[in-house]
Design a protein around this ligand. Structure first.
Ligand code: PLP
Length: 457
């Protein structure tokens, strides 16, 4: 293979047919979720009102690999394997000796990596006789992925979209409706919790934590309905490992080994999906990349949060998860990367970070959009606001390589396109974008609401 490739296409026959579970390969297992009432480890029965048994079993499996069902592969083949690109033109513009590769997930129907897990989640629910799924969505990416997936299996889909994003992103809502979903602005009049919040503040901006509470409440009250979560949980990261498994094969096709992986982290799923297969190789001594999470400076759960048991939602209805958290009552500033505005981090990503197996850094949005513009003008693709964080981190590293003369191989996930996020670009181009750093007071106030379990846990 010569050195002048731009796009590395994996043959269709090489589509991975197993997901990778990193837990058996870690030096210690992650701490279990706790029942919010008893504080005992939550068992399968505690989760059964919310999730189908097949997904609960994947959540706790000790197997290293899980077969992807044929009925899931048939749908994934609509866009997978996804391409790996080498960002040659960006490298030239940066005048760097580094090689920058990006795995592009914007080729999916919904335009992001989210359908990689939406499809199996809808599949397993459908197999167990569930007829309706509920969920929350922030930026609208997850809601549209689940709406698409439910349409594949003829299921109803009901989405609570964070009010601020519902108002700012009407086309995401339309996209969900095109695929047949019903969309509510959250807080909504549909749930008791939502009605209470609206009564106190009719113009409530909402948050992911609130929207989760609403979707969970509706699923828990109807036996034919289950809830689906687009990030954070083990089974979601499991499904996303197809990204990293493909990328491993694609880099091998061109004879490259990464020195650095960077990925944006909201709830940790695209990051875990890309990096865990590489972490497996690293733990086995077959390669030695540095693996780095990149989060927004306005919502820095890994770099400024605490590693504690906290609720996944604002209404305190979910099991307690041991994770890096800013506090379940934390409502981040309205930065454009809506998918990164979550108070917590996936327990698995939190655990590997706590073990020192991955690093983390936080970047402000104006640096991210500056890097995204440079990327779009060289590589052509307009990134979603979330992966602009990964691009900014890759650019930082490529510029450091220019100083040091090192030809590092950098790998990142361009986990979605930004075609429905042009308002964010307009904001940046018109010079109105400001950087919102988290104040110490806001952080201290939200952390004060985290349950004090460490003595009992
Ligand atoms: C949802 C989303 C994210 C954040 O979620 P993770 O679980 O951290 O991947 C990032 N980028 C895009 C494009 C998204 O849709």
């Amino acid at each position: 293979m010569t050195d002048d490739y731009y796009r590395v296409a994996l043959p269709d026959s090489e589509l991975p047919t197993q997901w990778y579970n990193i837990i058996p390969d870690l030096p210690a297992p992650p701490p279990p979720p706790l029942h919010p009432g008893t504080l005992a480890p939550a068992g399968p029965d505690d989760l059964a009102p919310l999730f189908p048994m097949a997904l609960i079993m994947q959540e706790v499996t000790g197997d290293s690999y899980v077969d992807v069902p044929g009925g899931v592969l048939d749908v994934l083949r609509l866009w997978r394997p996804s391409p790996l690109f080498r960002a040659r033109r960006l490298e030239q513009a940066l005048d760097t000796p580094a090689k920058i590769f990006y795995k592009y997930e914007g080729v999916s129907p919904a335009g992001s990596h989210k359908p990689n897990t939406a499809v199996p989640q809808a599949f397993y629910n459908h197999q167990e006789g569930v007829t309706r799924l509920t969920t929350e969505t922030g930026a609208g990416q997850w809601g549209s992925a689940l709406a698409f997936a439910c349409a594949q299996y003829d299921m109803a889909c009901e989405v609570w979209q964070v009010a601020a994003s519902y108002r700012q992103k009407p086309y995401r809502k339309t996209m969900m409706e095109v695929w047949g979903a019903e969309v509510h602005s959250s807080p909504s009049e549909v749930t008791e919790y939502g009605r209470g919040l609206l009564a106190a503040n009719p113009d409530h901006n909402g948050s992911l934590g609130i929207a989760i509470s609403e979707a969970v409440a509706v699923a828990a009250s109807d036996p034919g309905t289950r809830y689906a979560l687009g990030s954070v949980l083990n089974h979601v990261l499991l499904h996303q490992t197809i990204i990293g498994e493909e990328a491993l094969k694609q880099l091998a096709m061109v004879g490259e080994t990464p020195d650095l992986l960077v990925g944006c982290t909201g709830g940790g799923s695209n990051f875990g999906g890309l990096s865990f297969p590489f972490l497996r190789e690293k733990l086995a001594g077959r390669m030695n990349p540095v693996i780095r999470c990149v989060e927004p400076a306005a919502c820095p759960s890994l770099t400024k949060g605490e590693y504690r048991y906290d609720f996944g939602d604002t209404g305190q209805m979910t099991p307690l998860l041991k994770m890096h958290t800013l506090g379940h009552s934390f409502i981040p500033d309205p930065i454009h990367a809506g998918g990164l505005r979550y108070h917590g981090m996936s327990p698995l990503v939190s655990h590997v970070y706590d073990l020192g197996l991955v690093e983390a850094t936080a970047i402000s949005q104006s640096e991210c959009f500056a890097a995204a513009l440079q990327f779009a003008r060289t590589e052509g693709i307009v990134p979603a606001p979330e992966p602009t964080h990964a691009i900014a981190a890759a650019v930082r590293e490529a510029l450091a390589c220019k100083e040091s003369g090192e030809g590092k191989v950098i790998l990142t996930a361009l986990c979605g396109h930004g075609h429905l996020d042009l308002a964010a670009y307009e904001h940046y181009l018109s010079g109105k974008m400001v950087d919102l750093d988290l104040s110490d007071e806001a952080l201290a106030a939200a952390l004060a609401d985290v349950p004090d379990l460490e003595r009992t846990a």
